[in-house]
Design a protein around this ligand. Structure first.
Ligand SMILES: *Cc1c(COP(=O)(O)O)cnc(C)c1O
Length: 372
């Protein structure tokens, strides 16, 4: 079946592997590589990306929730998988049966998880999440929280049916420029190091200590520790061009209809664009239900074989319009690139006032992924 009949995303697994090898080559000897494949591998297809990473030699994967992890196991992925987010304790049997690694973010959950695992008589493998300044998930350790934080982590680690294999923290501003961000990130790393030191004094050590997301892999090599945890870099962005990474997704559509519209006619819902000339208008079958953000309406253009075509009027659920008046070579069925090669997803994201992460994982499930 040809998947390229409407709108599709071309995914290059070779580029994923290239990015993996490029990031890996810059890591210290012996440092493990965890590929973050949450949110369907940032829209690229978690199963396909994970298979490629597994074959290429990555040591670990991470997803956000149990359902994402189950999808990988159902597809036959055997490598270790860390769940970064919360899983309710009633699902501990499934975590154990599927050989998954669960993040533990507080003492109460550690106790619950251990109690559930005890009923099965087999331990649950966990990584301890330390909050060093993101103020999201994890044991609080900043400032006055330090001593209590250490006591709570110790209590979590000595639960009889937990197997604490790893410990990690997450940086809030490692991808931001400037001295303030640098000081904050190094402060988080310093605190994490102190937490590890205090735990060691209590006799608690971990096989895998990790903290580096994409920003830190690029900007703070000293934070690599036992494993790095990049997501965005794997998909080709976030290195400011320094590593030579390659984009892996090209979002494509084609011209489905062309018509000539007189000057002075409003276009699409709300009539927010009015033709200033007789216009050769193309309709393309991609809209916000495919992941093309409506906020880009009247504020972007898409690549044709002969140059950029300005987008006109509100982006609808399933389609939108582009001005082809100055692009007479573009015809019915001509290919249109929304982002990928001629226009980077970073540029389009900037136009939408967002980040490439959001555009990549907005590409909806209606859009077939075509592995090229
Ligand atoms: C999403 C996520 C990552 C990967 O972040 P990138 O910025 O894409 O590298 C790493 N660690 C945690 C805990 C995450 O939630």
């Amino acid at each position: 079946m040809d998947l390229r009949k409407r709108t599709w995303a071309e995914i290059s697994l070779d580029n994923i592997e290239h990015n993996y090898r490029t990031i890996r080559a810059a890591l210290p000897e012996g440092c493990k590589f965890l590929g973050v494949v949450k949110a369907d591998a940032y829209g690229h297809g978690a199963v396909a990306v994970s298979r490629r990473l597994e074959a290429a030699g990555a040591e670990y994967l991470a997803v956000s929730c149990l359902d994402e992890a189950a999808e990988l196991r159902d597809a036959g992925i055997k490598m270790p998988v860390l769940i970064l987010g919360h899983t309710p304790a009633e699902f501990v049997p499934e975590l154990i049966a599927r050989d998954l690694t669960q993040t533990v973010t507080c003492e109460a959950k550690a106790i619950e998880y251990s109690r559930e695992a005890a009923r099965l008589g087999s331990p649950l493998r966990v990584h301890i999440k330390v909050d060093t300044g993101m103020s999201r998930l994890g044991f609080l350790t900043a400032g006055g929280h330090f001593d209590q934080g250490i006591r709570n982590i110790v209590s979590a680690c000595v639960q009889p049916f937990l197997e604490p294999e790893g410990i990690y923290t997450h940086f809030a501003v490692s991808d931001e420029p400037g001295e303030e961000a640098r000081a904050y990130t190094l402060g988080q790393f310093d605190l994490f190091t102190h937490v590890l030191g205090a735990l060691e004094k209590e006799g608690i050590t971990f096989k895998i200590r990790h903290c580096a997301n994409s920003g830190a892999v690029v900007n703070y090599k000293e934070t690599a520790m036992d494993m790095v945890r990049p997501g965005l870099l794997l998909y080709g962005f976030g290195d400011g061009g320094r590593l030579g990474l390659r984009p892996c997704m090209r979002l494509m559509t084609h011209v489905s209809t062309i018509k000539y519209i007189d000057r002075g006619l409003p276009v699409s819902y709300g009539g927010t664009f009015v033709t200033g000339r007789r216009t050769r208008m193309g309709v393309i079958p991609i809209g916000y239900a495919d992941g093309l953000l409506r906020s880009l309406s009247n504020n972007c253009s898409f690549a044709t074989g002969s140059g950029p075509a300005p987008q006109r009027g509100r982006i609808c659920m399933d389609m939108c319009m582009i001005d082809l008046t100055d692009l007479p070579e573009v015809n019915l069925e001509s290919l249109i690139e929304i982002f990928g090669e001629a226009q980077s997803v970073e540029d389009l994201a900037a136009r939408a006032g967002t980040i490439p992460y959001e555009l990549l994982c907005s590409v909806s499930k209606r859009v077939p992924r075509v592995y090229v």
